[in-house]
Design a binder for this molecule. Sequence first.
Ligand SMILES: [Zn+2]
Length: 212
Amino acid sequence: MTTEPPAVDRLGRDVGYPPHVPAGDWRRFCRQTVVLPAPTGCVLWLKPPRSDGYGQFWVQGPGPELAPAAEPTLLEDLATEPPAGDRAGRGRVWRAHRYAYAAWHGPIGPDVQVMHSCDEPLCVAREHLDVGTNRQNANDREHRGRTARTGLLGARQWGGADARGPYGRAVALHQALLAALAAGADAEALDAVLADVGAAGEAHPGQLSLDL
Ligand SMILES: [Zn+2]
């Protein structure tokens, strides 16, 4: 058995290996993340966000543990995000946080929602992800005072005060993280970026980018 090289985040920190996905896919996944220090502890997705504010990850070909044919309960992502050629088994797009959860815990059913205890949609931290039903997720959103849809009501309710909506906020965070990384930011500085992006949504509704 060969020894795999460490799976590291964008800043080179070892993330470790989950049991349910191929090592090569996981290394590629981790290089698209950055691990924030405690107590935040979020692992933020660095690729452009989806329109719903979540990260997305392309997996080429069905992995042995995540093969659509072998695990029909995993077709949920295919149904919601079918890229060209997907059904031919050449690959599939996952929401990044769902992929991370399945990587650590194994296959998840179509009615299972992966939720964030940190309330950060771009987070893929193992410790911040938990599962619930669609109904639980809807109740959770309602409880937190936000909806999944953008628009006046949903946007106003996002995060309690963020007028940018899920996608606008995700884009702002994505841009801010990439700019900070390009400027040589360390993990502590990125932690501050996350806080600043959250605060900017409250202070400057509608703003889509930050001056760093
Ligand atoms: Zn998190």
